[in-house]
Ligand binder design. Structure first.
Ligand code: SF4
Length: 254
């Protein structure tokens, strides 16, 4: 029997289009599944988007929810005492990757939602996961991020609120992988979430600081981020990293 095809749906536009394309191609002939990891800090509108996408996909999405940390990034940071490390962010590891890995089967074929602009991320993934069989429907068709946004809208689905607020993804509100411009936008748009993350960062101490002063090399906290610093529109897009972190972890161990 052919192995199952699994899409790890993130509530992002690229992930939605990749899932839709694969279901359209294989849904009638192969066992398929769509899974998602719920995270407390995501915008609540991500759940509306997931429900709309279920209608579009024509299949239900299996939602996994961590219970050890109440599916909360803040809880992970507080209890693990770090926010980002050399091998990635603890929130991705404990709230998504481990949960999804435990649910999966070793021979599952994974649907990767890398867009045409993300060939290097795919290469890194393949270098580190040579035995994992994957489908890359967006890259195969030359579909970029803008194409995916347009395809979702053309399907009559409203994009997640975070995109409509000017973010490049539907990640958590206050993603530890964001740059200075991103965090200044979060401080303006979501002051209470910013405050909660700044407080937990202070509690952990300097090892949790996310930024470095380019001149002195010193690390500094969210609270010390100068307003107006960073240009979000010029910062690279951030991905939660379930895929690329796996690759980076393997590379670090090699
Ligand atoms: S989106 Fe960012 S903050 Fe949320 S789980 Fe992923 S890496 Fe962590």
């Amino acid at each position: 029997m052919e192995p199952r095809i699994v899409s790890r749906f993130s509530c992002g536009a690229a992930s939605a289009v990749a899932t839709k394309l694969v279901l359209a191609e294989y849904g009638a002939t192969r066992e398929t599944a769509v899974i998602n990891a719920f995270i407390e800090q995501e915008h609540p509108d991500n759940r509306r988007f997931l429900t709309d996408c279920e209608q579009w996909f024509g299949v239900p999405v299996t939602v996994l929810r961590d219970t050890k940390y109440n599916a909360s990034t803040v809880e992970v940071f507080r209890r693990r005492m770090y926010m980002a490390g050399r091998t990635g962010a603890p929130c991705t590891k404990f709230l998504k990757r481990e949960l999804m890995d435990a649910w999966g089967k070793p021979d599952d074929v994974w649907v990767l939602g890398y867009t045409a602009e993300e060939g290097k991320r795919l290469d890194a993934f393949l270098d580190a996961n040579g035995s994992r069989r994957v489908l890359t429907p967006l890259i195969d068709r030359g579909l970029g991020k803008a194409d995916c946004l347009a395809m979702v809208e053309r399907a009559g689905i409203e994009l997640p609120a975070m995109y409509r607020l000017g973010y490049q993804n539907a990640n958590c509100i206050g993603c530890v992988k964001g740059g200075e411009g991103y965090w200044n936008k979060i401080r303006r748009d979501f002051p209470s979430q910013f405050e909660e993350l700044a407080t937990v960062q202070e509690l952990i101490g300097p090892s949790a600081y996310l930024f470095r002063d380019r001149k002195t090399g010193e690390r500094y906290s969210l609270r010390d981020l100068p307003p107006g610093k960073g240009r979000y529109q010029d910062e690279p897009d951030i991905e939660c990293g379930v895929m690329c972190e796996m690759a980076e972890r393997e590379l670090a161990a090699a």
